[in-house]
Design a protein around this ligand. Structure first.
Ligand code: BG6
Length: 476
């Protein structure tokens, strides 16, 4: 670019979290259990049996955390509400103590000029609904989710204007129904597509209710977008890349934004007997619920190559933290992943690709013509707490600096970028990896087995992001 456009004045300089990963207080003040509270107790599910019972105890340290956000200069904070904290049985009687916690959080943020960005669902399905009818697998969840959302719209809609509906439906349900790494831990493609179809309908219901109850607000889903690259210019690799975009990205994005499943993918699934049951009215309901923006969770790109019909199937993600240990994963006959020799990787084997973020923003802008809010981007690494309470996370600063540069390039390309919520504000419980994989600007003094003093320690990246925000993104 000859001249880069600046970040807009009203750009949201944010950071993010999710209820289960920070709150703790898993059975406090009348909270019901979520599927994660139960799942993590099954042997072998998470690293060293780590769980969110205490997490980083944000439920009890919320004031201190918000004070740190204010010190840093955040202008937005993305958090999620725990469905079973406010509706212990998933429906019916609301838990006033749970609702009041989020009132206090929202008011604390607003008092410091920080815009709350509220996520309705970050994976913590009430266990009661999972037990009763299988959560996302039963259409009854559409009404129950709608009622839960309406409760929050009525309660917080006067103060919260930016809402995220479902967080990473694609990633969460892939783990839940294909890779067996999130509850209910199944590997069944038919049920995967069925659950997704119902989740799409629930997302649409939430958006329609939002239009009535918070007419001056904006809402959109957050999508885990890993833009696909072809491994080479061989036509077979291009076909694999095309399949990957259709099956792993457009399946969700087209449906959210246009209420339309990609036709080639749908035909293939019908052939396999794995397409979802689409009832009369379903597609019209999906098409009517266009979001106001796309929430983008961006971590890496994925590179694809040809995969013969007897080729490799889906493999579990790398949870070992060992470089180079990620297996190729794919769908026989469609595609499989392969390392990209052009890209460096993190110690967790994730490709580091700032240009991929620019590509993601350009693709979203051109294909969907919607503004984008980056709801997650960040680097999970092994951090070290050094003498004098210091954490020199220069690698995180480098990662974020390059990704913010890509944002500015994408803005200059024409993307309407609303804001950037770094993942994460404090360190959080990584769902499957405990606390070895850290993302925060603020270090939390604890590990998997020992909650220690849960002390908050500002990392080097804290002071760096503080300067970035103060300069409106100019000083990086
Ligand atoms: C996203 C989730 O998938 O990635 C977050 O929305 C999660 O909740 C983040 O923490 C990083 O994943 P991981 O596995 O590295 O902790």
């Amino acid at each position: 670019h000859v001249s880069l456009k600046p970040f807009p004045d009203n750009f949201l300089w944010g950071a993010a979290s999710a209820a289960y990963q920070v709150e703790g207080a898993f059975d406090t003040d009348g909270k019901g259990l979520s599927v994660w509270d139960v799942f993590v107790r099954e042997p072998g599910r998470t690293f060293e049996g780590s769980n969110g019972d205490v997490a980083v105890d944000h439920y009890h340290r919320m004031e201190e955390d918000v004070a740190l956000m204010a010190e840093m200069g955040l202008t937005a904070y993305r958090f999620s509400v725990s469905w079973p904290r406010v509706l212990p049985q998933g429906r019916g009687q609301a838990n006033e103590a749970g609702l009041a916690f989020y009132d206090r959080l929202i008011d604390a943020l607003l008092a410091r000029g920080i815009e709350p960005v509220l996520t309705l669902y970050h994976w913590d399905m009430p266990q009661a609904l999972q037990d009763e009818y299988g959560g996302w697998e039963d259409r009854r969840v559409i009404d129950d989710f709608g009622d839960y959302c309406a409760l929050l719209f009525r309660r917080y809609g006067d103060r919260v204007k930016t809402w995220v509906s479902l967080n990473e439906q694609n990633y969460n349900l892939s783990n839940a129904y294909l890779l067996a790494t999130h509850p209910p831990a199944l590997a069944d493609r038919k049920r995967f597509y069925a659950a997704n179809h119902i989740a799409f309908l629930a997302n649409a219901r939430a958006i329609m209710l939002f239009r009535q109850l918070v007419p001056d607000g904006r809402i959109g889903p957050s999508f885990a977008y890993s833009p696909a690259y072809p491994a080479s210019c061989a036509p077979a690799d291009l076909l694999a890349f095309d399949n990957a975009e259709e099956f792993t990205n457009h399946w969700w994005l087209d449906t959210y934004c246009y209420g339309r499943y990609p036709q080639v993918a749908l035909a293939w699934l019908r052939e396999q007997g794995e397409a979802p049951d689409i009832l009369p009215g379903d597609m019209a309901a999906l098409a009517a619920a266009k979001p106001d923006f796309i929430g983008l969770n961006y971590y890496y790109t994925l590179t694809y190559t040809d995969n013969p019909p007897d080729g490799v199937g889906l493999q579990r993600i790398n949870t070992t933290g060992q470089k180079g240990s990620t297996p190729s994963s794919g769908v026989p006959g469609l595609y499989r992943t392969t390392p990209n020799p052009q890209l460096e990787t993190s110690n967790w084997d994730w490709a580091i690709d700032p240009t991929g973020l620019r590509i993601a923003l350009r693709r979203l802008t051109s294909r969907y013509a919607l503004p984008v809010l980056i709801t997650e981007n960040g680097l999970g690494e092994f951090d070290r707490l050094e003498d004098g309470d210091q954490v020199h996370d220069v690698y995180r600063i480098d990662y974020l600096r390059r990704h913010l540069a890509a944002c500015q390039e994408a803005i200059s390309d024409g993307a309407a970028l609303l804001g950037f919520c770094a993942w994460s504000f404090t360190d959080i419980l990584s769902w499957l990896n405990g606390y070895q994989k850290r993302y925060g600007f603020v270090y939390i003094n604890r590990d998997e087995t020992d909650a220690r003093d849960l002390r908050r320690v500002r990392k080097d990246s804290f002071f760096w992001y503080q300067r970035v925000i103060a300069s409106g993104g100019r000083e990086r």
